[in-house]
Design a binder for this molecule. Structure first.
Ligand SMILES: NC(=O)c1ccc[n+]([C@@H]2O[C@H](COP(=O)([O-])OP(=O)(O)OC[C@H]3O[C@@H](n4cnc5c(N)ncnc54)[C@H](OP(=O)(O)O)[C@@H]3O)[C@@H](O)[C@H]2O)c1
Length: 233
């Protein structure tokens, strides 16, 4: 697909491949150094996307934390933080979530059937986009391209990462591996099952791997578009 943003998928997983614990309070896998690394990647993005499940479970703010990075963005004529984007088929989104109460513009891509509910719940807190009866990540990417998003950071969760990967819509993967186990198959893994493009002899290409505090960051190229991008940290 052409006419879509450059897409970076970012996730932090446990040593046994989980994104979170099975229940209870949110499991914090990243350390301070890794959170700062993600902040830098976020600061270079035009938009950051998470699924409605992550908005509900993690209540993320998705802002740029570093004052220096915010200042660099505004000096370049950009908003302090990237556009926030989420997707929903239910419209079940909490208007008091920090996703909606902090930062600048938000876009909510809704299944047509959820538009009325989302409008009732959110009022004017975000721009609602009709994603059709069954929104696809290809459609989401196209809608963001039409809004001028050149670089999209996808921060989860499992359902959203899975769809970008299965759809061949991701250009780079940043996988941070935290030195803990979750050990509970009821917890969310990085992806759901599926026939991913990188199987057997078709392997993703490692761009680099390095320690970030006690975490290992592995960066993979998932498309040829990666070549045209400047080397990222
Ligand atoms: N460790 C990490 O790096 C990291 C990062 C992010 C999240 N997480 C974890 O991941 C877990 C959440 O993952 P998840 O898979 O449950 O949630 P998710 O991928 O964040 O969101 C799934 C939800 O997004 C909406 N959605 C997904 N695909 C859609 C489509 N094609 N069209 C319209 N709406 C769509 C649906 O919302 P509705 O239900 O509203 O219809 C769906 O239930 C949490 O435990 C969170 O802590 C971890």
């Amino acid at each position: 697909m052409s006419g879509r943003p450059y897409v970076v998928l970012s996730a932090c997983v446990s040593l046994d491949g989980y994104l979170d614990s099975a229940g209870g309070p949110r499991l914090v896998l990243s350390g301070p150094e890794d959170l700062d690394r993600v902040d830098e990647v976020r600061a270079r993005s035009d938009a950051v996307l998470v699924g409605a499940g992550t908005v509900r479970a993690d209540r993320p703010r998705l802002l740029v934390r570093s004052a220096q990075r915010r200042a660099a963005r505004t000096a370049a004529g950009r908003p302090e933080a990237p556009l926030k984007v989420t997707v929903t088929t239910s419209g079940d989104l909490d208007p008091t979530s920090p996703f909606f109460t902090t930062g600048g513009e938000k876009v909510v891509v809704c299944a047509t059937g959820a538009l009325a509910r989302a409008r009732r719940r959110l009022g004017g807190l975000g721009t609602l986009v009709d994603g059709g009866a069954e929104p696809t990540m290809e459609g989401v990417a196209r809608a963001l391209d039409e809004r001028g998003v050149a670089r999209l950071l996808v921060e989860g969760g499992r359902a959203v990462h899975t769809q970008f990967l299965l759809g061949g819509l991701a250009d780079e993967l940043h996988l941070a591996i935290a030195p803990v186990f979750v050990g509970d198959c009821a917890a969310p893994r990085f992806t759901d099952d599926g026939s991913f493009p990188w199987q057997g002899a078709h392997r993703a290409r490692l761009l680099d791997a390095r320690p970030v505090g006690d975490i290992v960051l592995a960066r993979y190229a998932l498309s040829d578009r990666c070549e045209q991008q400047e080397v990222v940290s």
